[in-house]
Design a protein around this ligand. Structure first.
Ligand SMILES: [Zn+2]
Length: 206
């Protein structure tokens, strides 16, 4: 395998046409994140990109495109899917995944949808309570959660640009986002606003 982005995606397409690649420990770990939780996930594969949005953590998570090839190969093997079709779906699990140099793990029954084109492959995985073999329509995508805004009792001055406001977008971990400059800072518990500066000097979140 080479590391050029296009070659990994080309291999994903070959896997969809019937080629198989063996599971390795890194890919098993990524698969566990994708299959273990009943909340499912949405996956996007493009040249140079393997991105997963989990139902339990909706940010975009990027993994190595090489891992994406292995993940697709595993899913297709578990689905016993027809080769070469543009749209595939099938039930997988319950199943145990063998221990490699990582702990063994297992997952309950999941429904998997795969849609391919020449430039991208999308995969959706959802919990499947029923064993119905009849096709189910593609599910709604997992959306990024809407931003949360907070109205504070007092006006704050942004430590970066000094703009003042009492309304801010709030991020996980207690950070507020300045509406003027986009910089983030720790929400004060009273007293002065502390700029949120990571150890490397960069703003941790924007
Ligand atoms: Zn600002």
């Amino acid at each position: 395998m080479t590391s050029e982005p296009a070659s990994h995606f080309a291999q994903v397409l070959r896997v969809l046409n019937g080629e198989r690649v063996p599971l390795d420990s890194r890919s098993s770990k990524t698969l566990r994140f994708m299959l273990e939780s009943s909340e499912g996930c949405d996956v996007l594969l493009e040249p140079g990109r393997f991105e997963v949005r989990f139902g339990w953590n909706r940010a975009r998570h990027r993994y190595s495109p090489e891992t994406g090839t292995v993940v697709v190969s595993y899913l297709l093997g578990a689905m016993k899917a027809a080769e070469g079709a543009a749209d595939l779906q099938g039930l997988i699990g319950p199943a145990a995944v063998p221990a490699l140099d990582w702990l063994p793990w297992s997952y309950e029954r999941r429904r998997v949808w795969i849609r391919r084109s020449e430039s991208s492959v999308t995969i959706m995985i959802r919990s499947a309570e029923t064993v119905s073999e009849s096709p189910a329509s593609f599910p709604e995508p997992i959306e990024f959660p809407p931003p949360v805004f907070v109205d504070l009792a007092e006006v704050l001055s942004c430590p970066t640009c000094r703009a003042t406001s009492s309304r801010f977008r709030e991020l996980a971990g207690g950070f507020l986002v300045c509406g003027s400059c986009g910089g983030s800072f720790v929400r004060p518990k009273g007293g002065a606003v502390q700029p949120a500066v990571a150890a490397d000097g960069a703003s941790p979140r924007r």
